[in-house]
Design a binder for this molecule. Structure first.
Ligand code: PGA
Length: 300
């Protein structure tokens, strides 16, 4: 049985499934919203199965939608790969680069991409910024070309190379009572309520591992998905925070925040450039990977 599915329908569906929104798919693909819903309706009719369902205000994929998403994603990727390969064969320099980075890495990754884009002005770059948990999911789905994140999960099927250290520091306002103390024992923070990142963040997981290893209980006061928000909360006196030093260069220079001298700190982590094992990196993805490994430390 030959299904009359068009590539355009799959592209539209893939985008709508990724955003769980017809409106966002329409804006991504520069189509009108009715055009998006028409393409998806035709696809559903051809398949004879509904792909989305609306529960309350939220769109969800049906079981069939989830299955079809895997296929449409792989097909879209193959077509992208084909475009890149043909453009390289034709001697063109262009190509697409899909990079996903950890929220915390975005503080230097944008600079990295800007320098890379200057060297390769014909490359179309897309950047997704999200937390560690969702990066692991993206890698599993083979979505991005490359990911910049902390250490990948132990049994993850990935190639990961470290390129720079990522020290996590405890931050406070300059007037904090512990500001002038040195080698503060971690035990002293047993009753502290920290302003920290959400569960699912690599920074958060590293902090929890550190406290467990030190045998000190860890309490969260407020959880935030943005490092900027944590800095502002600490500056506003809502508590102590723990963040990557890569996120607080400016505040340390202006003296708006200080990093406390706590025993065992900074918590040392590493940044990695990661891709799925077996992935055929496009020429431009290979170039970007080399660029990160050789230039990131200088640029950050
Ligand atoms: P995060 O990323 O922004 O999720 O904390 C850092 C990491 O992966 O270590």
């Amino acid at each position: 049985m030959a299904l009359n599915i068009t590539f355009r329908q799959l592209r539209v569906f893939e985008s709508a499934a990724r955003h769980l929104s017809y409106t966002m798919a329409a804006s991504e693909l520069h189509l009108s919203q009715p055009a998006v819903s028409m393409q998806i309706k035709q696809l559903e009719e051809t398949l004879g199965l509904p792909l989305f369902e609306q529960i309350g205000k939220k769109m969800h994929l049906t079981a069939a939608g989830n299955e079809i998403r895997q296929y449409s994603h792989s097909i879209s990727q193959l077509v992208d790969e084909m475009e890149t390969v043909t453009s390289t064969l034709k001697g063109g320099k262009g190509g697409r680069l899909a990079i996903s980075v950890a929220t915390t890495a975005s503080h230097f990754a944008t600079r990295l991409l800007a320098s890379f884009a200057q060297l390769h002005p014909d490359v179309t770059i897309s950047l997704d910024i999200t937390n560690r948990e969702s990066l692991c999911q993206q890698l599993q789905n083979n979505e991005p070309d490359l990911v910049i994140m902390g250490q990948a999960k132990e049994n993850a099927d990935v190639i990961a190379d470290s390129f720079m250290q990522n020290p996590l520091v405890m931050i406070a306002t300059p007037g904090h009572t512990l500001a002038s103390q040195s080698a503060i024992p971690i035990k002293q923070f047993e009753d502290e309520r920290f302003v920290v990142r959400e569960a699912g963040s690599g920074t958060r997981a590293a902090i929890e591992r550190f406290f467990i290893a030190a045998g000190v209980s860890f309490h969260t006061g407020m959880e935030m998905t943005s490092n900027e928000a944590i800095k502002q909360a600490v500056e506003a006196g809502l508590g102590l925070g723990i963040v990557s030093r890569h996120t607080i260069g400016l505040e340390l220079r202006t003296g708006n925040l200080i990093s406390l001298d706590v025993q065992g700190f900074p918590i040392m982590r590493d940044w990695y450039v990661v891709h799925r094992k077996g992935k055929r990196l496009s020429p431009v993805a290979k170039k970007f990977r080399e660029f990160v490994l050789s230039e990131a430390e200088k640029l950050a």
